[in-house]
Design a protein around this ligand. Structure first.
Ligand SMILES: C[S@@+](CC[C@H](N)C(=O)[O-])C[C@H]1O[C@@H](n2cnc3c(N)ncnc32)[C@H](O)[C@@H]1O
Length: 203
């Protein structure tokens, strides 16, 4: 998920939660910042920093409107943070604003195929439970998730000045256990339930 050399790079994790991705970045020599809208998640992140002897700023705030200047970071990253919970038409332009020219955007999220195959209850099946058109915003009653289909995501990234460098569709390994409520290992060995996008800001 991480770019090769992040040493000395300013990075921001959008919707950092426990901020373990930023902890990896800190260990790799980056200067991370994590932002999350949940004080409780940040309290856990702080506790983890204490336990593992890693220290970087944790900011309470919305990843759709980040309190940092333009052109501040070399990498913006999200693992099921902004990439799932924020409106892509807000957080992706915001990531572009925060990045220096040539800066990287990396995010991991559910695949659109998974979102189409997962029923309202139970794990992903081999039936299509919902259409692709209108998938962008999934209103689940007490929460909303955003899963932009591939074409729309590509056009959005390009319109924000990004060049897409990779789209990694993740396959569960043979050794994967069967323990996830939303997808079985057997399903995820045949189809990608999650994916990683890698893009670079032109310039
Ligand atoms: C499933 S967690 C994943 C985060 C991290 N990778 C982890 O494993 O802890 C999703 C996080 O996104 C945060 N989040 C949701 N909406 C957000 C927003 N608008 N701005 C910032 N963070 C947000 C939640 O508070 C939560 O901590």
């Amino acid at each position: 998920m991480l770019p090769g050399d992040v040493s000395g790079m300013n990075t921001i994790e959008l919707g950092c939660g426990t901020a373990y991705v930023s902890a990896w970045l800190a260990r790799a020599g980056a200067r991370p910042v994590g932002i999350d809208v949940s004080e409780k998640q940040l309290a856990t992140a702080r506790a983890m920093q204490g336990e593992f002897g890693i220290d970087f700023p944790l900011v309470l705030g919305n990843a759709e409107k980040v309190p940092y200047e333009d052109n501040t970071f070399g990498l913006a990253i999200s693992e099921y943070g902004a990439s799932l919970w924020c409106d892509p038409y807000r957080w992706i332009p915001e990531a572009a604003r925060l990045l220096v020219p040539g800066g990287r955007l990396v995010f991991m999220r559910y695949s659109p195929l998974f979102a189409m195959c997962v029923p309202s209850e139970g794990p992903a099946s081999t039936n299509l439970s919902r259409g692709q058109f209108g998938l962008t915003r999934l209103d689940q009653g007490n929460h909303v998730q955003f899963i932009l289909p591939h074409g729309e995501m590509l056009r959005l990234l390009r319109s924000c000045g990004f060049v897409v460098e990779d789209l990694i569709e993740i396959q569960a390994p043979q050794t994967a256990h069967e323990g996830y409520a939303e997808v079985s290992a057997g399903w995820a060995r045949q189809w990608p339930s999650e994916e990683i996008w890698k893009a670079r800001l032109a310039g």
